[in-house]
Ligand binder design. Structure first.
Ligand code: NAD
Length: 471
């Protein structure tokens, strides 16, 4: 049994002032695997004070010095990719085929951000006016439980590139993963107070970051409800905010799509990270005339998405992170049935033989209309809704008929046409023919999916304030 009793403040592991102890449960079998002592407001205030002290000199660093910090962070995280992956599998139930690349993407984010920093001008001038881009101040970085290894790295990389010092509040459900990550950061031997990490409850440590006047900016990834709370409570101290929130991403299957390819891809996008992914394509829009063929193709493709233990390389869908998340998915499956959708594959309950963990059956609903609850609300589990459309315009209308706008997907053979459709979707990212990534491209949402962008120059920009000097 592992025990975690320390936080990371001012370049050192320090005993928690907070006394609450949280059991960390392995979602694959429901067993307690660790106990973590959670930070309280006082730990948060100590971390903020350390970041404030460190900001005095770090804000004056050059691009070259920040680039060096980013390369060092890459080195120390890249050296522990296997350990970070193992922690994500054990604590979160992330399937290894997803966890390993996501952790690697986290390590790579430091290099991608270094590249972006080189491309981003931090000063401009004309006539007798000079504009410089200044770090905004101490930043509070708040992350969810579903891809801890990636989000921590992306946020830290952008903040450091801008010259900010940070206090990080990871999800309390990621304590073990965060511990391994902290060991990496400590190994980097970078300036004290540059990064401070206090794992605690959102309404305790997160709330302190949001209300503390010494924190200038909050970069948050999580649910829409908490995002709104942060925006509202942060207004008292005029916080700058970046909010990366939920999604209900459409995947438009055009009528020239090759189903043998497009359907396995669509299932992969829907069941990404066992469905616990903000970017998952959970609404599959298909031409009405092809519905029967789509149904057959889905049934044929399902064996490639086995549910099971996350450490097994064959497993595509692992357990839900907590019992609460398991119940949430079950309640949506019941709601879908009650509202008249038809279960094509999956359904309620545990998959046979996997009753001990928080496993759900990957589920595909057909006969879904876009106004149903399961088509409008984020389920955050492996549940796909198949919705039919009549014309291309109809598909675009349904795709945009949502309060979210984080991600979208378009599949088809005629790429010109796919581009035309993509250009009419109200989402921060639209991927054509697959789940694609580009660490220089902005990531973030329209509408309720958030405010602001991360990654590349866009991510660094979010931690900068322009200052003009006029002579
Ligand atoms: P959550 O909103 O419950 O928690 C996210 C973080 O906020 C946690 O660290 C939590 O402790 C903290 N928090 C909770 N209350 C707070 C408060 N009052 N003040 C400050 N911080 C507080 O989200 P979750 O359940 O951990 O994660 C799932 C959600 O995250 C989903 O809605 C998903 O769509 C979203 N998400 C979005 C993205 C994106 O990039 N857009 C990525 C991953 C997850």
């Amino acid at each position: 049994m592992k025990t975690i009793t320390k936080h990371y403040i001012d370049g050192a592991f320090v005993e928690s002032h907070g006394r609450e102890v949280l059991d960390i449960i392995n979602p694959s079998n429901g067993k307690v695997i660790a106990r973590a002592t959670l930070a309280d407001e006082e730990d948060a205030r100590r971390a903020i004070a350390a970041a404030k002290r460190a900001f005095v000199s770090f804000r004056q660093t050059t691009k070259k010095e920040r680039a060096k910090v980013l390369r060092r962070l890459h080195e120390v995280v890249a050296a522990r990719v296997d350990d970070l992956t193992a922690a994500m599998v054990e604590e979160y139930g992330g399937v290894v085929r997803f966890a390993a690349p996501i952790v690697q993407a986290g390590a790579n984010a430091f290099l991608a951000t270094e590249k972006a920093l080189q491309e981003l001008p931090l000063a401009r001038s004309w006539n007798k006016t000079t504009v410089t881009y200044e770090p905004v101040g101490v930043a509070g970085l708040i992350t969810p439980w579903n891809a801890n290894g990636l989000f921590l790295c992306v946020k830290l990389a952008s903040a450091v590139a801008a010259g900010c010092t940070v206090v990080i509040k990871p999800s309390e459900l990621s304590s073990l993963q965060t511990q391994v990550w902290l060991e990496c950061l400590h190994e980097a031997r970078l300036p004290q107070g540059l990064y401070n990490v206090v794992t605690g409850r959102g309404d305790v440590v997160g709330a302190e970051l949001v209300r503390n006047p010494d924190v200038a900016k909050i970069s948050f990834t999580g649910s829409v409800g908490i995002g709104k709370t942060i925006m509202r409570d942060g207004a008292a101290t005029m916080k700058r905010v970046t909010l990366e929130l939920g999604g209900k991403s459409p995947n438009i299957l055009l009528d020239d799509a090759v189903l043998e390819k497009a359907i396995p891809t669509a299932l992969g996008i829907a069941f990404l990270n066992s469905g616990q992914a903000c970017a998952a394509g959970t609404r599959l829009l298909v031409p009405k005339s092809r519905l029967d063929a789509v149904k057959r193709a889905i049934v044929d493709a399902m064996p490639a998405f086995p549910v099971g233990y996350p450490a097994d390389r064959k497993t595509a869908v692992g357990p839900m992170v907590t019992q609460k998340q398991y119940e949430r998915v079950q309640s949506y499956i019941r709601k879908g049935i009650a509202e008249g959708a038809e279960v094509l594959v999956g359904g309620e309950g545990h998959p046979p033989g996997l009753e001990a963990g928080h496993f759900v059956k990957p589920t595909v609903f057909v006969n879904v209309t876009n106004d149903m609850t399961i088509a409008q609300e984020e389920i955050f589990g492996p549940v796909l809704c198949v919705i039919t459309y009549e014309t291309e315009e109809d598909a675009i209308r349904i795709a945009n008929d949502t309060s979210f706008g984080l991600h979208a997907f378009v599949s088809g053979t005629d790429v010109q046409r796919a581009r035309r459709v993509a250009s009419q979707i109200l989402a921060g990212r639209v991927a054509i023919n697959g789940m694609l990534d580009d660490q220089q491209a902005p990531f973030g949402g329209f509408k309720h999916s958030g405010v602001g962008r991360e990654f590349g120059t866009f991510g660094i920009d979010a931690f900068l304030e322009p200052r003009a000097i006029l002579e």
